[in-house]
Design a protein around this ligand. Structure first.
Ligand SMILES: *Cc1c(COP(=O)(O)O)cnc(C)c1O
Length: 436
């Protein structure tokens, strides 16, 4: 497999130490020693399912159904409109933000939960580009992004730039060229911290430094980072960030997203979606829009309470969990999976495209294979759930709160079986679903 044969020196303490003849009993021992193994009880995962797609949709927390039901039954059903105050619905965007803060190194007044990641990119990128100091610096013509950035990030940037007229242009560069592309022509950069395909992770601190040195700012997309890798926004000099609630944060399908703006920058920024929840006094019902003082100005309309309550239960699955332990287990899981793929599927046409070095790797792995789509369909039918990404990638996410070491063992065995038996060649597995 590419990438795992020639690890850079010192990159791979765990993986290089893993013997090729690892057994299932070895994986059982790793599970028994795992200090996070109790956290799996916080989720409802069917016995016959090995779930390796928590990077795309986090598993269901055991407490979510009851919490959402109680919100519907008691807070809505009986409390009715009084629950905006009595059940603190109105404070949920800030309260949930305060709970996400420690997972990404943000302070309580710097983060709020609202809208989707796409909408938050629109709001923040617009605010960054319409600051007087940026607008008036006519040399700064470009919004810098990686060509292979997640599509919605690029689509939102394209839409925003066409609204702003011909002031700015999108400048797309290859990953390797990104660091060198920061200069006085850049108005803002839009960077995804952990790549959705390969799982490659940028050095946030180094990029913030490149941006600062060229007098510009980065909007970080933490969709594949929050709840999975250690993120220290404030300590690493980040100014703006957005991220997703339904991936590693376990908030449920379409969960509301979050946005972060460093404390000292908030006052000067304009939210282009100037809805009443971002108003200084929403219930004054004034005619003129006056932005709220702090991060609240980046709210827009009425928060979706059922989704917010579900996100709260997703965040509760992190209670008492040490982030360094979480990261350590995530890397141990992906190291194990890489080693098992090399040992058991090494001659079956899989190429790892994910970084080998720990500092460069997020919490998922991707393998290129000529038959990636039907292989993924075939293993899903056997209860091993990952996903397929264009053009030829099988993607597997490792969620330390509920993924076991034996899950890695069992999944790799199913993959080997499906390929060696050629069962993936069944025509049923060729049919493309709407969502892959
Ligand atoms: C998942 C993901 C999103 C999702 O955006 P939505 O608005 O929730 O659909 C955005 N950006 C990245 C990098 C993602 O991985």
């Amino acid at each position: 497999m590419n990438g795992t044969d020639t690890p850079p020196p010192g990159a791979l303490s765990t993986l290089s130490a893993l013997p090729l003849d690892l057994s299932r009993a070895d994986c059982e021992r790793l599970d028994a020693l795992d200090e996070l193994r109790h956290a799996r009880q916080r989720f409802r995962i069917a016995d016959n399912t090995i779930y390796l797609d928590g990077n795309s949709l986090g598993a269901l927390p055991a407490s979510t159904a009851a919490a959402v039901y109680s919100t519907i039954d008691a807070d809505w059903g009986v409390g009715l409109i009084r629950s905006w105050n009595n059940a603190e619905w109105v404070n949920l965007p800030r309260n949930l933000g305060e709970r996400i803060g420690p997972l990404i190194g943000a302070r309580a007044d710097e983060i709020v939960v609202a809208d989707s990641t796409s909408a938050n990119i629109f709001k923040l990128l617009s605010a960054m580009l319409t600051r007087p100091a940026v607008l008036s610096d006519t040399r700064r013509r470009y919004v810098l992004a990686e060509r292979s950035n997640f599509p919605t990030d690029l689509y939102i940037a394209q839409g925003l730039l066409s609204l702003l007229g011909d002031q700015y242009e999108l400048k797309l560069v290859e990953r390797e060229a990104l660091a060198g592309a920061f200069d006085h022509t850049i108005a803002a950069a839009l960077i995804t911290h952990v790549d959705y395909r390969s799982g490659a992770m940028f050095d946030m601190s180094a990029y913030n430094q490149h941006a600062a040195e060229s007098g510009t700012s980065i909007l970080w997309d933490l969709s594949h980072s929050a709840g999975a890798v250690v993120v220290n926004l404030v300590a690493d000099g980040a100014e703006f960030a957005v991220g997703c609630g339904y991936k590693y944060l376990n908030g449920g399908p379409g969960a509301p997203a979050f946005l972060y703006i460093r404390r000292d920058l908030q006052a000067g920024l304009a939210n282009p979606l100037s809805g009443w929840f971002g108003h200084l006094a929403p219930f004054a019902f004034d005619t003129a829009y006056l932005p709220a003082k702090g991060i609240d100005r980046f709210l827009c309309g009425t928060p979706p309470i059922l989704g917010m309550v579900a996100l709260g239960e997703g965040l509760a699955t992190f209670e008492g969990i040490n982030l360094a332990s979480l990261r350590k287990k995530s890397l141990a899981l992906s190291d194990l999976f890489l080693a098992l793929m090399r040992a058991q599927c090494g001659s079956l046409g899989f190429d790892s495209i994910s970084p080998v070095a720990h500092v460069d790797r997020g919490s998922h792995l991707a393998f290129a294979h000529a038959d990636a789509y039907p292989i993924m369909q075939a293993i899903i039918e056997r209860g091993v759930i990952g996903d397929f990404r264009q053009p030829n990638l099988l993607r597997f996410g490792f969620t330390p709160l509920y993924t076991r070491f034996t899950d890695c063992w069992d999944a790799v065995n199913v993959i080997r079986d499906v390929v060696t038996s050629q069962s993936f060649r069944s025509p049923a597995y060729q049919q493309r679903h709407q969502v892959t």
